[in-house]
Design a protein around this ligand. Structure first.
Ligand code: O7M
Length: 211
């Protein structure tokens, strides 16, 4: 199964609701994070839930375990079904997010290696591989790995087995969905859909990669 996950990084609640409605038939989940939540408030999650799609909270949580747990509690009390945290903060902080997610029947995804060019400054040199190991040890549900470097994502796949991979970086960042779709469980697409003249048609185009 390869899902299409809309990264809804728009800056008004009105745009978010309108784009969610137009794209809903062609996508499998919506990811929101700081851009939209800082602009429209966390309550936007309740409004978006009317589309009936899973909502993933992308706050890339990276804090001490207690603060991470408090953030995750707030996320799951607003109807999200998943949360994303960073892995570099270490086992105890990742575990706080994983346990809170599972207590609420939700999922936790851990960032292993990012999609932008600067990611290689820190994420190479075995860090991503170590984070992948942490994902297995903490029973997290999956990882975030780059569509811009399919060879790295393939390597990370060998380390996490059947855990899920959600992959950003297609479209605006140059990643090719055809090169990544078969090795991941979800393709995260933002600007290529929400900045399109017709977001519904753009989402429909990407839905060709759904399986
Ligand atoms: O398609 P875009 O480039 O407009 O948007 C990509 C989305 O994925 C956007 O919300 C980014 O914050 C996010 N993202 C990355 O682009 N690269 C990463 O390495 C990780 C993420 C992400 O979603 O992390 C959870």
């Amino acid at each position: 199964m390869t899902d299409i996950i809309l990264a809804l990084d728009v800056s008004t609640g009105k745009d978010a609701l309108s784009i969610a409605k137009k794209t809903a038939p062609f996508i499998d989940a919506i990811k929101i994070g700081y851009p939209l939540v800082l602009a429209a408030g966390l309550e936007i999650a309740n409004q978006l839930s009317d589309e009936g799609l899973p909502l993933i909270a992308d706050f890339k949580v990276a804090d001490i375990p207690n603060t991470s747990r408090l953030i995750a509690e707030e996320v799951f009390s607003h109807g999200f079904s998943g949360i994303i945290c960073h892995g570099f903060v270490g086992r105890d902080s990742v575990l706080a997010c994983v346990e809170t997610a599972h207590d609420h029947g939700g999922e936790c995804y851990v960032v292993t290696e990012m999609s932008h060019p600067g990611a290689v400054d820190f994420f190479h040199g075995g860090i991503a591989e170590r984070i992948a190991g942490l994902v297995c040890e903490t029973n997290a549900d999956g990882i975030i790995a780059p569509a811009t470097r399919p060879e790295r994502t393939s390597l990370l796949r060998t380390l996490i087995g059947t855990k899920k991979i959600l992959s950003p970086g297609v479209g605006a960042q140059g990643g090719d969905p055809a090169a990544i779709a078969s090795i991941v469980d979800g393709i995260i697409v933002g600007r290529a859909i929400y900045e399109a003249k017709d977001p519904g048609s753009a989402a429909e185009e990407y839905s060709r990669f759904r399986t």
